[in-house]
Design a protein around this ligand. Structure first.
Ligand SMILES: Nc1nc2c(ncn2[C@@H]2O[C@H](COP(=O)(O)OP(=O)(O)OP(=O)(O)O)[C@@H](O)[C@H]2O)c(=O)[nH]1
Ligand SMILES: [Mg+2]
Length: 376
């Protein structure tokens, strides 16, 4: 096997030379940070990567005496190779990224692989860098821990991510003593899954937690919006009424005052439609207390999600509901979002089935969802 050593001031630089000379399928055999030259104490660190051209597939199989081609290695022997391949994928994905990780990696070369893994979960480069920087600092400050391995740094990365993730179950508490039901409105952009989530939640509250639940729709915009909620309510034997003004809503909540919980469905609208935002705010702004929950879909791009959340923050939401996590493998953007507008997460939905596809999450579950996928 022809092995060659490539050097660069950064991993990206060395990888770029490998790609150019040996092609994109080159095999990476080892990587290491080369210590500063003893003769020049001011010299910058270098990275050294050993690589060889793509192996010929014929090399990995042998012919049996009968002429059958057999794989000489049992499957379990391939495990270390798989790990190696994963780290190569990580290194390759760093090439071309304006990662600016150089200074971090000069002290922590093990951060490169984790950076790439974070990026692949959908976390933004900026957030991934901040997480790694803090994780490295925490690891360096912890004198009980022998720093230097990817596994140890991973532990600190997880701790760092968990700092941003808070969960809340808004319906865990009993009534607040006011004698009124807990009224909760779900707001958010169009089509994110507000009505479907309310139907799932109503079932969870009524059948699992044995609460009395009422449903109200204040969506007077979309044709059939009320009928959609009503049909779920009929199946579950739950009271469901429309209320298209503040006065209506006050009267409706009065009618439902014997209930434990009232869930309010609102009309989805664009975050830039400030008039509609005002309307929702006015209907919800009465002499009664309504908790507001912001529903965002994982199919929305990171920037649009951030813009929508910032616009809907005018309605003072108390929690996030993240929907359609089944439609993406890149749930890492939740970390960006919760780091930006800091609210706890109350619910996550993972499919269209009512009532099954609803999760009342714990921080560990969420971290699993965000980081556990697409790691290979
Ligand atoms: N894959 C997937 N689809 C979902 C999920 N939640 C809702 N949906 C689908 O998303 C579509 C829109 O859902 P709705 O509940 O009507 O959305 P909405 O936010 O109430 O929509 P508007 O009232 O028009 O703003 C429907 O086809 C739902 O079945 C989910 O968790 N995963
Ligand atoms: Mg709806």
């Amino acid at each position: 096997m022809r092995v060659k050593i490539f050097k660069g001031r950064t991993i990206q630089e060395a990888m770029a030379s490998i790609k150019e000379e040996l092609g994109p399928d080159a095999m990476i055999l080892s990587t290491r940070r080369v210590p500063k030259s003893p003769r020049d104490p001011y010299a910058k660190d270098m990275f050294e990567i050993e690589a060889s051209p793509k192996a010929d597939p014929k090399d990995s199989v042998v012919a049996s005496p009968k002429g059958y081609v057999v794989n000489p290695k049992p499957a379990e022997d391939l495990a270390p190779l798989k790990d190696e391949l994963a780290s190569i994928k990580d290194l390759i994905s760093l090439v071309g990224l304006e990662s600016g990780l150089d200074s971090l990696m000069s002290d922590h070369s093990e951060a490169a692989g984790l950076f790439a893994s974070l990026i692949r979960t959908g976390i933004s480069e900026k957030k991934a860098k901040a997480i790694l920087k803090n994780a490295c600092a925490a690891m360096d400050g912890d004198h009980n821990e022998a720093a230097g391995s990817m596994a140890i740094l991973k532990k600190y990365v997880i701790q760092e991510c968990l700092k941003d993730i808070n969960t809340v179950d808004p319906f865990a508490e009993g009534t607040d003593g006011s004698g009124l039901p807990h009224a909760a409105a779900f707001v958010g952009p169009t089509g994110v899954g507000k009505t479907t989530t309310i139907a799932k939640l109503a079932a969870e509250l009524k059948f699992k937690r044995k609460k009395s639940v009422g449903l109200v729709s204040i969506d007077s915009y979309r044709m059939g919006a009320f009928e959609q909620l009503k049909s779920y309510a009929s199946i579950m034997g739950i009271m469901c009424v429309p209320a298209f003004s503040r006065e209506d809503l006050v009267k409706t909540l009065e009618r439902m005052r014997h209930m434990d919980i009232v869930l309010i469905d609102t009309a989805g609208h664009s975050h830039s439609d400030t008039a509609r935002m005002e309307e929702v705010a006015q209907v919800l702004d009465g002499d009664f207390k309504v908790s507001v929950h912001l529903v965002l879909s994982m199919t929305t791009g990171f920037i649009d999600m951030k813009t929508a959340a910032s616009a809907f923050s005018a309605l003072n939401p108390e929690s996030y509901v993240f929907t359609k996590i089944d439609e993406t493998k890149r749930c890492g953007k939740i970390l960006d979002q919760v780091g930006d507008l800091r609210l706890p997460i109350s619910l996550v939905t993972n499919g269209q089935r009512v009532p099954e596809d609803l999760i009342v999450p714990k921080p560990q579950d969420l971290l699993g969802l965000m980081l556990g996928r697409d790691q290979g």
